[in-house]
Structures are given as structure tokens and as C-alpha cells.
Design a protein. Structure first.
Lengths: 211, 211
């Protein structure tokens, strides 16, 4: 890359550090940017800095926000008795895009990982317990990832919150909507079988027969 | 995207205007950037502005450069008798990466296109003729794209420069017809350079002079 002027080499390197941008994309972007009107590039730079400086974590739920509290926490139409517990701020966006959830959120900020030294105190578990003491929350929905650490964290939280008069639930495991059986892995299929539900109007939930 | 804070919506929109970055990539990048340390984002913004403000066109050849003249034009080891005529500044980078060319360059700044109103005076043809009058150039290598407009521009230039005591050559047909320079691999580009041929009616084949 020695045939590029110095400032372009720096730009290619900086762009190449962004996720999902390889060396060729970084070079293509840099070439585009130096051929773009300087004012437009300044605008892009200002937009970058503005987003970086003005977007903060909501002090209540931990989601992305410009103002305190965030739009979801401040919305009186949301159901304050439901609290969805997610790992990262970006997970909130996924639920909001899905559009069917009308409760509140709480961002845990990670998963328990003894190997990496991530203990309960490193996550926002104390803040969660504080919220449970103050807010009229009646159900906590565990929506952590279904990997080993996510499952361990969910189990830990279920035990830790067991004494409280709050319902603890988990997202259902099963087949993705719109996919064929043959694309489901064995574990997902087993979970889908375990969590099967009665077809409305036929009989009661067969899963309850296990009790 | 109404579930994103305003500054992030702006950032997603700005990133999505860059070439090769779709709406999903733009959102992923924006989410990454607001979670990145503000100082790093400021550094990226400054690198952007620096590249945009400090990278200019070489006043002699039209290539990208920080200083006047560019590194290629200023290099006394380059063969000043050879001039490679390219469409865009980025094409120079492709030859420099291939590494086999040791002459100088001239960026035309486009292709003739009567339909889009691009006439010879809109391109750097007068500057090329001025260089031919001043510099000890003995061969002009036409390295324009092999599409219809590129071919028409090459033919026009071959006719326009025919009266001068300068050899006019073209890159060898080894390039896939109908594709732009940037899709050629480095070896193909080197071979095309080696096998360049005289434009019929101007002078004899320069490649045969090597025999």
C-alpha cells in the first residue's frame, strides 16, 4: 500500500479496524472518500462524533439512548409489570423490531463466565434487584443467549431470584418460524418436542402432563 | 429504525450512503461505533477529515497525492519516456500494485461520451498535449477501459495524437472485454502491459522492437 499517500494509508488502516470491513473494502471506501467533496466528509465525521458523544446507556435499563431515561422506559403505555432481561443493548433493538413486546427491559451487560473472571457483581444484577424492589414488576423474562454461558447465567438468576414474589420465565426454544424440520439441529428439535403445546380447541397442554 | 436514538439514526443513514455498505451493515457499524470509546471514534473522524483535506490530485499526472508533484512524478528512477494514460486516479494504484510499470502516468479524468455531453475539452487532453510538448515522452500507452466509450476515447486519442512523433500503444487484449480495469488481477495487468500493441496507422508494434 506504499503507493497510496500517507493520509490514505492511515484511513485504510482505520476503516479496516471496523467490524465486517476487510482490507479491500477499506481501500475502496478510502478511495471513495478522498474523491468525495470535503464538506460531505466533514459532515460524516461530525455525525460520527455526535453519535459517539451523545448516545449513552439508559440509567434505568441500560439500552441506547440520547436522553435519560430512554424512550421505552419513559413511555407510560409500556407494561411496567413485565421485564425482559437481555445480555446487550443491541438485543433490545431486536425485540423492538419484532414489535410484539410491550414491557420494559434490563440489560445485564454480559454473561457469567468464571473462566474470564466475570462474576455476578460485574453484571447489572444488583441494579436488577433494586428495580425488583422499587418497580411493580411481576414477571422477569430471561432472554439471554442459549449458549453454555447464557444458560448458566439464566440458571443462576433463576436461583438467585427464586425467593422473590416474581414470576421467572424463559424464551421458548423451538423451531424457527418458516423453516423446515430438516434445518433444525438435534438439540433444537428436542427442545421443541419438550416444549410442545396443545393445539387450541383439542385438549389441554401435553407438556403439563409431565407434572 | 424509530427505536434507535436520533444521532444513531443519522449515523446509520450517513454510513449507508457509502459504497458497498447496505442498511444492515450500516446499522451494525453504528452500533459498534457508539459502543466504542469516544476518543477512538474522534480519531477515526480526524483521520477521515485529514485524508479528505490533505489528499489532492497531482498537478502533473492527476493521481492521488499529499505533496506536489506526486511520488511517481517526483521519482527520478521512473522512465520519463513512457506515459501511461488512464481514466481515473485509482487506476494508477492498480498499475503500481502490479509493479511492472516504471514509466509515468496521465489521468484523463473520464471517457468521451457524447450522450452525457463529455467532450474532449472536458478531459485532461489539452494538459496531455502540453506534456507531450514539454516532456521527453516517446510512447503513450492507452490504458483506458475496454468498454464502448473507452474504446471510442482510445480511437479518438490515437487519431488526435497521430501527427506527433510519439508512439501510441494500447494494452494487449488479454483483458476481458467489457470489464473495467479494477477487475483485472495483477498478473493479467502485467501481461497486458508487456503485450501492448501499436495502434494501426500510427507506427509499428512497439512490442516487436524488443526482438
Amino acid at each position: 500500500m506504499s503507493h497510496l499517500p500517507g493520509p490514505m494509508v492511515d484511513l485504510v488502516a482505520a476503516l479496516g479496524r471496523l467490524p465486517g470491513i476487510g482490507p479491500r473494502s477499506a481501500e475502496r471506501l478510502a478511495i471513495h472518500l478522498v474523491q468525495t467533496d470535503s464538506r460531505q466528509v466533514c459532515d460524516l465525521a461530525q455525525t460520527l462524533v455526535a453519535a459517539s458523544e451523545r448516545v449513552r446507556s439508559c440509567e434505568r435499563c441500560g439500552g441506547f439512548t440520547e436522553h435519560q431515561p430512554c424512550r421505552v422506559c419513559a413511555d407510560p403505555a409500556r407494561d411496567g409489570s413485565l421485564l425482559c432481561l437481555v445480555e446487550k443493548p443491541v438485543d433490545i433493538l431486536l425485540f423492538e423490531k419484532a414489535g410484539s413486546y410491550r414491557g420494559l427491559y434490563h440489560v445485564l451487560g454480559g454473561k457469567l463466565s468464571p473462566l474470564q473472571g466475570i462474576e455476578p457483581e460485574d453484571l447489572s444484577i444488583p441494579a436488577l434487584e433494586k428495580r425488583l424492589g422499587i418497580e411493580p414488576i411481576r414477571e422477569v423474562i430471561l432472554a439471554l443467549p442459549t449458549d453454555v454461558e447464557g444458560d448458566a447465567t439464566s440458571s443462576y438468576l433463576a436461583r438467585r431470584l427464586a425467593g422473590r414474589s416474581v414470576r421467572i420465565s424463559r424464551l421458548a426454544h423451538g423451531l424457527p418460524v418458516g423453516s423446515a424440520l430438516e434445518y433444525a439441529d438435534e438439540l433444537t428439535l428436542s427442545r421443541a418436542l419438550e416444549g410442545r403445546r396443545a393445539v387450541p380447541g383439542t385438549e389441554s397442554d401435553p407438556a403439563q402432563h409431565h407434572d
